[in-house]
Design a protein around this ligand. Structure first.
Ligand code: ADP
Length: 220
């Protein structure tokens, strides 16, 4: 139980979302307890994840028996069945799990999850849709919004800025964005500094408000 207290994460529901999540956590060196009520899903993942258990997660007693109360973080990745998702979050709330993450499949589902005690709600379809929309219509290679109107983007150098150094360009004064990293052709990403020169093939990591980052990425 000691390791669970430090790094353990329980993932409930091994559908398309839950299995990617569980695998990513395992790759990040976290001890994962995966739970699904479907024996075929359990069988499918038991070779790849440390601990995969077949159980109905809507039952508080079952969760208690699995030691779920000792986990600092539990993720409810069930999507299609709103009822199972909500009942599972409720049971985890009653067990007093400190950090309950839950996946929503609609705005209403998200509201219900919050009201039954989820501390964090993620809505992958909406979040990914929004992110991909930004990628499609701009020169951005990646875009992450953090809320409170703050975003970080990975972008190709806007053509008018090629050949300039950051000292000379002063992007923070001129565009309100901070260029924090740069990858020059054939090299790894490095922290950007005043001496960084923007090459035609450079890739930049830029942060600022959403509108400022978008405007900077769209300079032509
Ligand atoms: P996705 O869209 O990610 O594929 P689904 O909602 O289709 O997600 O899959 C959710 C998973 O959660 C399925 O593998 C299903 O067997 C599992 N699941 C559903 N209800 C329960 C429950 N009460 N207890 C445990 N696992 C459940």
């Amino acid at each position: 139980a000691r390791r669970s207290e430090d790094t353990g994460v329980a993932v409930i529901g091994l559908g398309r979302f839950g299995c990617h999540l569980a695998n990513s956590l395992a790759r990040l060196d976290h001890e994962v307890l995966a739970v699904d009520r479907d024996p075929e899903r359990v069988q499918r993942w038991s070779g790849e994840l440390d601990r995969v258990v077949q159980a109905d997660a809507t039952e508080e007693a079952v969760l208690r028996q699995l030691g779920m109360a000792d986990f600092p973080r539990v993720v409810v990745a069930i999507g299609a069945s709103v009822e199972a998702s909500v009942l599972t979050v409720l049971a985890l709330t009653e067990l007093g799990v400190p950090q309950i993450w839950a996946r929503a499949t609609s705005e209403k589902h998200a509201k219900i999850l919050h009201s039954v005690g989820a501390h964090h709600v993620v809505f992958p379809e909406a979040e990914t849709g929004e992110r991909v929309a930004h990628l499609i219509v701009s020169r951005m290679l990646d875009f992450i919004e953090f809320g409170d109107d703050f975003a970080i983007a990975k972008i190709r150098v806007p053509p008018p800025l090629v050949g300039r150094s950051l000292r000379d360009l002063a992007p923070q004064d001129r565009y309100g964005v901070m260029v924090v990293g740069a990858k020059q052709p054939g090299q790894p990403f490095r922290y950007a500094g005043p001496e960084t020169v923007l090459e035609p093939e450079s890739v930049l990591i830029v942060e600022g408000s959403i509108a400022q980052v978008q405007r900077f990425a769209a300079l032509a």
